[in-house]
Design a protein around this ligand. Sequence first.
Ligand SMILES: *Cc1c(COP(=O)(O)O)cnc(C)c1O
Length: 402
Amino acid sequence: MSGVRLSPAVSHLKPSATLAAAAKAKELKSKGVTVYDFTLGEPDFMTPENIRKAAVAAMESGHTHYTASGGIIELKKAVCAAYLRDYKLEITPAQVLISNGAKHSIHNVLASLCGPGDEVIIPGPYWVSYSALVELTGATPVIVDTTEESGFCMSADQFRHAITPRTRMMMLNNPSNPTGAAYPIDKLKALADVAVEKNILVLSDEIYEKLLYTGAEFRCFATFGPEVAQRTILVSGVSKAYAMTGWRIGWTIGPVDAIKAMDNLQSQETSNPCSISQYAAVEALNGPQASVEAMRVEFEKRRNFVMDRMRPWRQKFGVTFAEPGGAFYAFFNVSACFGRPLAGGATVSNATDFCTALLEQSHVALVTGDAFGAPGYVRLSFATSLETIQVGLDRIEAFLAG
Ligand SMILES: *Cc1c(COP(=O)(O)O)cnc(C)c1O
């Protein structure tokens, strides 16, 4: 199949780098090698039992056909009830669209609201799919680099300075993949004030909303008042909070007319999200929430373990990082070891080569920061067992020690 002419829209599209890194690790595993895999961007827990049972019940009672394109009313109402319960945010089902995962939600938002000539501000380091999905619409991503010193949070001044007459939207991910940054509420409020003053839409990706650590507090972006809510498109879903990545349910909350346009797009492109998954998601939101906290506590233990192990690396190896307040990633700068011999005599000059050498030498898989617009950095997901984390960190340390 060589020589097929691709459309202009996809000809420059790269495969998701995180999925590519996971594939490389998988390939090594298939050869019988034990790989300590930290590339995974998903909880390693089983989906809670009450949710699995609700899916079985949905199948048994015949919910196995097309639903309304934008999702079943029960799930839209469950989303409304959850935001009222958790954040005191009042929304109506007409403001909610259910999609095939939050990634699909983000695509719907961008495809419906952005196009050629528009600029979309993205704080960097950013999630791999953001820039790719912006470019797919013909709009231009404008990356605003944040620093480790700021905890990888974009300041209101940085946001203001990046705005031009073409700016259509700002994409925020709080807590953040890949950095683990959790915005302090005052910094978030300052961004909301700029969005109102300059009349910029904010796509707030809050998929890690339930995963915060060491007392960091989450604030839903739309709760800073009606003027902010009018300009906010919230995206979230069940993947991360309920360990439901395979079920493919995400949602968008926004102004009624924008949601209607996205529903039209979805009805033409994919029809409805999986009927069975939608009923399972109703149970996730309406049922007991204890499992969400139980998983968060487990993630926090791992996070603290990883940080305790990594702090001495600052002195020992010149590795630098900001400690994650949320999500399940450690994001650290290894550029201090570029050009000096690592284990096995390897020398590397960038983060991508670092990851390749680490995988080959030590059988540890990380994702290169080059994929997130962060040269010199690597991402370690601690959504894996403490045993794996323990051995994996031993191996990274030995690799760094050379
Ligand atoms: C995992 C993730 C998502 C979406 O996940 P879905 O499985 O598509 O719901 C969205 N944004 C970020 C930043 C993520 O890490």
